[in-house]
Design a protein around this ligand. Structure first.
Ligand SMILES: Nc1ccn([C@H]2C[C@H](O)[C@@H](COP(=O)(O)OP(=O)(O)OP(=O)(O)O)O2)c(=O)n1
Length: 152
């Protein structure tokens, strides 16, 4: 069987970082003189295209169980490839836009935790408009959670 590539070895150790991916994509583009094509709009469209390819994998299958137990290895590998394309374009788009994705994503996680406090959300998939409205009279910490209700 073919041995693992250097990149696969890194991935197997679970040590891949956004910073590394950013650098690898920058090197990849530079070597090919593709910086000229990696503009924000082009990258955004490329990423959306890859989201489409990712969606195609699930298209018409109906809901599938977590872990995809019935999928063939080849199909799972394909899924991994499309997920990677989306991530790589996202990382590259962030870089080209001058956004520190690592910082941005950690900040967003904190904002999410504030917006969806455990005591209000536990076990519920509702968005918060109604929940927060019903508590604004007693709680002010969630009063700015202007999320659209999903009608559940
Ligand atoms: N101008 C480009 C073209 C490709 N890539 C990189 C990022 C993606 O990870 C991958 C996308 O390559 P393809 O456009 O060939 O897309 P797929 O790999 O999905 O192949 P296909 O669309 O044939 O299924 O290559 C890139 O950075 N810049």
């Amino acid at each position: 069987m073919k041995g693992k590539t250097e990149n696969e070895e890194e991935g197997a150790k679970g040590v891949v970082s956004l910073e590394e991916l950013k650098k690898k994509m920058a090197d990849f583009a530079k070597e090919r003189e593709w910086d000229q094509f990696h503009t924000p709009r082009n990258l955004l469209l490329a990423m959306v295209g890859e989201v489409g390819e990712l969606s195609e994998i699930f298209q018409w299958k109906g809901e599938v169980p977590r872990g995809l137990p019935d999928w063939e290895e080849k199909e799972k590998q394909h899924l991994g490839e499309e997920l990677s394309d989306v991530l790589l374009y996202l990382v590259r788009l962030s870089d080209i836009c001058g956004i520190d994705l690592g910082n941005a994503v950690l900040r967003k996680l904190e904002l999410n935790a504030i917006k969806y406090p455990v005591n209000l959300c536990k076990g519920s998939s509702k968005k918060l408009t109604l929940l927060s409205k019903s508590t604004t009279t007693t709680t002010t910490s969630t009063s700015e959670n202007g999320v659209i209700n999903d009608g559940e």
